[in-house]
Design a protein around this ligand. Structure first.
Ligand code: MSP
Length: 521
């Protein structure tokens, strides 16, 4: 019985976009993985069974061209990229369950079976196309794509006029239900203001989508099952990773699909994820994803950070210098999900120093040092509760429920802000209570206050790092270990004040966030 229940329990299925294989991972890619991982970890802590997929988008002209320029086969370039992107996931402590590559057979089989189904149903037809084509964007363009000066915007690179026969996927007949779906499902597109952008796009009639590329122009793709002279358009191929990676056609798929969240950047919301993808699914008889979460961009000097501008930040450098938790903290704390954020190293250093090294790091070393000095490292039982303590516990109860609610609404930056405000208030409490002075007093009441204050500081630190778990899992774990705490399997129970630390032996003073060498000079 238990087995049956488990087998049919729907997982919380979350995905990232799959990154292009022709570049090195940068801050933008790393951010998306961290954001998705924070949601995945949070859902697991809330008791969900989570399935988390990320991967690599390996076909298309850009990969073919980059490989050619390097004098290697496209698959060699992709293999190298897969090593780099998987290493990025490992360095960021990402808990993905699978990593899909679009050159894998399990993916190609699904793409072919869906293409064949759509073709057999009459949703795909062949027609002659005459018009403009952008190699860089790998898409056909229309007059309306020109800028106000009648020029092709630079993002399209070289635009050429071509005439060729291609296969088209019927989109136009799907416009009405898609508009209805977006209007009647508040949570389909998050943040909600982005839905307006999609509806704006859907105001004009949409053209059918060209889903093939002649092999003479592009070889590096999945051959169409019904015409070997063509390969599939890279977006049509890439979007299907979300179903192939969930085991489409197997029992696993039933347990995972529909996806709960596709986490993507705002640049690939309209039209690929909000128009092509739902229509592809509907036509193929597959349920729609529950939600698409479009995050903003990391900017450098006001511009989107991308390899084409050259203004990139290498996440691995930052992780090597400051550790993965600090990186995860910074990107989650700085970015209001959905908005853009300018990256600056100064701001990175300032968050690292003031929030992590000072507020959190100092609290931990205070607790460990004071317990080590006067208590043989053993956490005492609290003795009395005065106004100062009552205030802290009241603040904690509010903080806990507020932060969980903020995390549920993807307001991670605000949840962290609130958690660190609580940490600061414990530091303020330490200064007001001044246990180092109480330790010198002969008054028996002061002895009670001393025990109480050290217990409170240790206990409130235990509670606060519980809230950091989805974002800074290593730190949470380390602090638990240093406090001699064996975490309850139930996360919400861990966030409740109790006396589990009383009598525990804490570790020796430890520095979680050392000041970087340049600072120490
Ligand atoms: N391969 C496509 C996605 C196919 S999904 C079926 C693609 N790849 S990408 O490598 O260009 O981008 C991967 C993800 O990283 C996208 O969601 C994109 O928005 C995100 N980012 C790339 N640069 C970014 C920033 N500067 N800031 C934040 N995220 C951005 O698009």
């Amino acid at each position: 019985m238990a087995y049956r229940r488990l087998k049919f329990m729907k997982s919380f299925y979350i995905t990232t976009a799959i990154d292009y294989a022709n570049g090195k991972p940068h801050l933008g890619h790393a951010y998306e993985k961290v954001l998705t991982d924070v949601v995945a970890r949070f859902r697991r802590l809330m008791g969900d069974e989570v399935y988390f997929l990320t991967g690599l988008d390996e076909h298309g002209q850009k990969v073919q061209q980059s490989a050619k320029a390097l004098g290697i086969e496209p698959i060699e370039l992709c293999d190298e990229a897969a090593v780099n992107f998987k290493a990025l996931c490992a360095s960021l402590n990402i808990t993905n369950d699978d990593f899909i590559r679009t050159t894998e057979d399990r993916h190609k089989t699904v793409v072919c079976s869906i293409l064949q189904k759509l073709f057999d149903q009459g949703d795909i037809y062949k027609a002659k196309y005459q018009g403009y084509y952008s190699k860089r964007a790998e898409q056909f363009l229309q007059e309306k794509d020109k800028d106000e000066n009648g020029e092709w915007p630079a993002i399209f690179g070289e635009v050429e006029e071509i005439t060729e026969s291609n296969y088209f996927f019927k989109l136009s007949q799907h416009q009405d239900w898609l508009i209805d779906h977006i209007n009647s499902n508040e949570s389909f597109i998050f943040p909600r203001f982005r839905a307006k952008q999609v509806l704006g796009f859907l105001k004009d009639p949409i053209n059918d989508l060209c889903i093939s590329r002649p092999k003479e122009r592009l070889e590096w793709g999945i051959p169409l099952p019904f015409d070997e002279d063509y390969v599939a358009y890279v977006w049509f191929d890439a979007l299907l990773n979300y179903v192939s990676g969930a085991g489409y056609g197997t029992d696993d798929f039933e347990q995972r699909w529909p996806a709960d969240f596709h986490v993507i950047g705002k640049d690939i919301l309209v039209p690929p994820h909000s128009v092509y993808w739902p229509i592809m699914l509907k036509a193929a008889g597959i349920a729609l994803p529950k939600s698409i979460l479009a995050h903003g961009w990391w900017l450098k000097s006001g511009e989107k950070m991308s390899k084409s501008t050259g203004e990139v930040v290498d996440p691995l450098d930052l992780i090597e210098q400051f550790g993965s938790d600090a990186f995860r903290y910074f990107v989650t704390r700085e970015m209001n999900v959905g908005q853009d954020s300018e990256f600056s190293l100064d701001q990175y250093m300032s968050r690292y120093n003031s929030d992590l090294a000072n507020d959190l790091g100092n609290l931990l070393s205070r607790v460990l040092t004071m317990l080590g000095r006067g208590f043989d490292g053993v956490v005492p039982a609290p003795q009395i509760e005065e106004e100062l303590e009552k205030e802290i516990w009241k603040d904690w109860d509010e903080t806990r429920s507020k932060v969980v609610a903020l995390y549920e609404g993807f307001q991670f930056h605000a949840g962290l802000e609130r958690t660190f405000a609580f940490i600061s208030s414990i530091n303020r409490y330490a200064e007001q209570r001044a246990p180092w002075k109480l330790a010198k007093s002969d008054d028996p009441e002061d002895k009670k206050r001393l025990d109480t204050s050290l217990h409170l500081m240790a206990e409130s630190l235990r509670l606060a790092v519980g809230l950091l778990d989805p974002v800074m899992p290593e730190t949470t774990q380390k602090v638990y270990e240093l406090l001699g705490y064996e975490p309850d399997a139930n996360w919400q129970a861990r966030l409740i004040r109790n006396d589990s630390l009383v009598g525990r032996k804490v570790g020796a003073k430890a520095i979680l966030f050392p000041k970087p060498a340049a600072e120490a000079k």
